[in-house]
Design a protein around this ligand. Structure first.
Ligand code: HEM
Length: 472
């Protein structure tokens, strides 16, 4: 135990390291970890920040001392403007109750029922693709995952008349995310009463999605006058049917906040994971060839199903490696110590801010030799067994680990297999891709890619002959 602060950069008297941090946040933090080691202390404006780059210290904050750390007030203030008091932003016993009630909706048995939706929607997207066309693949992945979350969350079907619902909620959440990203860039949220364009957009968007979600919840309640609501197979049904030990259910406001949270947290992240996967595959033809060989051997042109996934281990390795290099949640929400404590032998006074960044952990050479290299082959079962628990953490950890972890991995695995079976994606020549690090890490300016047909017949050419499903 020491009474000293951990090592770190001096920074400017007033702003601390704000300017250096702002220029390239993920790589600035990575540089700090490489320079100062397991724990770095620095000042960001008025905040006393500790960056953790040691998996045991991370376990301390997320698991062992989880009760001593809350999400940072700044994060909660910005995010709750559109997520209300949902799972991502709530705290303490309320969070624990909501998590308990929401958990059954994410049990393996339930989410397995969504596999067909994921594949059907992907094939529907492919029907609009023609070999030789250029698409913004980041935008396409975003739309695809948004439709999937709309269908699985509240049964809004993207290609029927209820598709409008998905689009309305999607656009509203997108506007809210943009306003929140602006708050983060500024370093503080704007007071609600200021008549700025962001605030106006935010109010309109909250009104729109609240109305839409409330309407869906109201319709469900209306069909259940004499008993429990019907389980229509989506996540919302499960949330509405979930009953706590004291016999209580979620009320409409709680349901709305959880639906908005699941919608927002549940599609942009997965979409970014996929975009980075396509980008990396295009840069690494040898890995791509290996993926294609696996798909051709196992599927032989057949549409993938959930049961095929265990036979497609290389595809999974590709996704894990893409999420290592470009974790969509590149930094967890900040944590703040609510009481004096110690981490790694260093005193951590009440009010200290903790940064835990998957981007940093995933690029430490002690855990990932040759860390900058895209190497799906590194993900052997032996390597995974030897890897310390929080050295790889795209989904966070502890009691606030991502509730949609298994859902997202299944979705990414199925989408990758379905598309890569038919198409090879190539960056438009001359395109430079750089990460944009906001709430999530996405390719700045999108991902313009040319669609090249593989030898397996593309879905568009089949003209729906083998695939007449509900979404067509
Ligand atoms: C590749 C895709 C995804 C990634 C990388 C990801 C990442 C994360 C991370 C890192 C956290 C923890 C945040 C923190 O501790 O500060 C988190 C929390 C959360 N995620 Fe995900 N997520 C993904 C997909 C999903 C999906 C598909 C859903 C739902 C359908 C979802 C819903 C949530 C929720 C509700 C929380 C808050 C959990 C709590 O605090 O109890 N996520 N996610």
């Amino acid at each position: 135990m020491t009474t000293q602060r951990p090592p770190g950069p001096q920074g400017n008297f007033l702003l601390g390291t704000l300017r250096d941090f702002g220029a390239d946040q993920p790589n600035y933090l990575l540089q700090l970890a490489k320079t100062y080691g397991d724990i770095t202390y620095f000042k960001l404006a008025q905040f006393h920040v500790y960056l953790l780059a040691n998996s045991d210290y991370i376990r301390e904050v997320l698991v062992t001392q989880a009760d001593t750390f809350e999400k940072a007030p700044l994060d909660k203030k910005i995010l709750s403007k559109f997520l209300g008091n949902g799972l991502l932003t709530s705290e303490g016993s309320f969070h624990a109750r909501q998590r308990r009630l929401a958990q059954p909706a994410f049990h393996t048995k339930r989410i397995r029922t969504y596999a067909d939706v994921m594949v059907d929607y992907t094939e529907h997207l492919l029907e609009a693709w023609q070999p030789g066309q250029t698409h913004d693949v980041a935008e396409e992945m975003m739309r695809l995952t948004m439709y999937i979350v709309s269908k699985t969350l509240f049964d809004a079907d993207a290609v029927t008349e209820t598709g409008d619902t998905a689009v309305i909620v999607g656009q509203a959440i997108h506007d809210l995310q943009t306003a929140s990203n602006n708050d983060y860039r500024r370093g503080f949220p704007l007071p609600d009463w200021l008549p700025t364009s962001d605030n106006r957009k935010r109010n309109r968007a909250v009104g729109l999605y609240s109305h839409t979600i409330d309407q869906i919840i109201g319709e469900r309640r209306a069909t259940a006058v004499d008993g429990p609501i019907q389980d229509t197979g989506d996540l919302l049904s499960m949330l509405m049917l979930a009953q706590d030990e004291d016999g209580s259910y979620m009320n409409d406001r709680q349901l709305r906040d959880e639906v908005a949270t699941l919608f927002a947290a549940g599609h942009e992240t997965t979409s970014n994971a996929l975009s980075w996967t396509w980008y990396l595959l295009a840069q690494h033809p040898e890995a791509e060839a290996k993926l294609h060989a696996e798909l051709d051997t196992v599927l032989d042109g057949r549409t993938p199903t959930l049961d095929d996934l265990p036979s497609l281990p290389y595809a999974l390795q590709v996704i894990k490696e893409a999420m290592r290099l470009y974790p969509p949640a590149w930094i967890l929400n900040g944590r703040v110590a609510v009481a004096d404590t110690h981490i790694g032998g260093y005193p951590m006074p009440k009010g200290s801010t903790i940064f835990i960044a998957p981007y940093v952990m995933h690029r430490l050479p002690q855990h990932f030799p040759d860390p900058e290299r895209f190497l799906p082959e590194r993900w052997t079962p032996e390597m995974e067994k030897a890897l310390p628990k929080y050295a790889y953490m795209p989904f966070g950890g502890g009691p606030r680990v991502c509730i949609g972890n298994a859902f997202a991995m299944m979705e990414a695995h199925l989408i990758l297999a379905t598309i890569a079976q038919h198409y090879r994606l190539r960056l438009v020549p001359g395109t430079t891709v750089t990460p944009k690090s906001q709430i999530t890490m996405s390719p700045e300016g999108g991902l313009p890619m040319v669609v090249e047909a593989r030898s397996v017949m593309p879905v568009a050419a089949m003209n729906g002959a083998i695939h007449q499903t509900a979404v067509v």
